[in-house]
Design a protein around this ligand. Structure first.
Ligand code: ADP
Ligand code: TYD
Length: 200
């Protein structure tokens, strides 16, 4: 049986990526999933890693994200792809490179090596970066309680955005960068145009 397609949406907080990821999954009858936290073990990992009141080092933060991802790949992503169904994930390995690597300053080469260990060759067929300037994303953000990342300063989020663009440039045609500052329907049209050539 043909393996399903694996598509990932990435971007800074409130870039609009979850809106697009959920829409695409529904449209294509693909399995929607997200990181961190979309497994029973991941629920606890997510609670720890997002809790702004629990101090932790950047390396601990990275290792918790990688633990969540390793479990997610083995128990959700790979088994679903093996049935022939496609998977759309809201965040994947580039989130760790962008947030813990570019954002927090964890050594990128070591993070890449740890990522290989965690994902064991399960690479997305396409990663869509919804690239949205910080001021636009901030206006979209709900004014609720801030988690560990939402409470980080502006410079951190600028480094994350720049990191994503650097990662996208490195991966070439396995990534596409979509201007997320436009209306929801304009962003959707660009996403659909890019996804049209993928087998589902
Ligand atoms: P993310 O997953 O990147 O954190 P969401 O998709 O949850 O972001 O979007 C954050 C908020 O912005 C939501 O209220 C959503 O409805 C809204 N939103 C999403 N895309 C757009 C867009 N292109 N223009 C305006 N608002 C948007
Ligand atoms: P979430 O509420 O899921 O936010 P979003 O809708 O923006 O995806 O929170 C996930 C947070 O965790 C988000 O701020 C990004 C961060 N994160 C990392 O720092 N590293 C990672 O590897 C992942 C998967 C997420």
């Amino acid at each position: 049986m043909r393996r399903g397609s694996f598509v990932v949406f990435e971007g800074i907080d409130a870039s609009g990526k979850s809106t697009q990821a959920r829409r695409v999954a529904e449209l294509r009858d693909a399995h929607f999933t997200f990181e961190p936290g979309d497994t029973p073990l991941g629920v606890d990992l997510r609670r720890w890693v997002l809790d702004a009141a629990t101090p932790m080092t950047p390396i601990t933060e990275a290792l918790l994200m990688l633990a969540d991802r390793s479990h997610h790949v083995r128990t959700v992503i790979e088994p679903t792809l093996a049935t022939g169904r496609s998977v759309v994930s809201d965040r994947y390995f580039a989130s760790t490179l962008a947030y813990q690597g570019y954002g927090r300053g964890v050594d990128l080469a070591r993070l890449e090596a740890a990522t290989e260990l965690a994902i064991g060759g399960c690479l997305p067929d396409l990663t869509v970066l919804i690239d949205t300037p910080l001021d636009v994303a901030n206006e979209r953000r709900a004014p609720d309680v801030r988690d560990r990342f939402e409470s980080a300063d502006l410079d951190f989020h600028q480094r994350v955005r720049g990191g994503y663009l650097a990662i996208a440039a490195k991966w070439g045609n396995r990534w596409c960068v979509i201007d997320g500052s436009r209306s929801e329907s304009e962003v959707a049209a660009s996403v659909d145009e890019r996804l049209a050539s993928l087998p589902w």
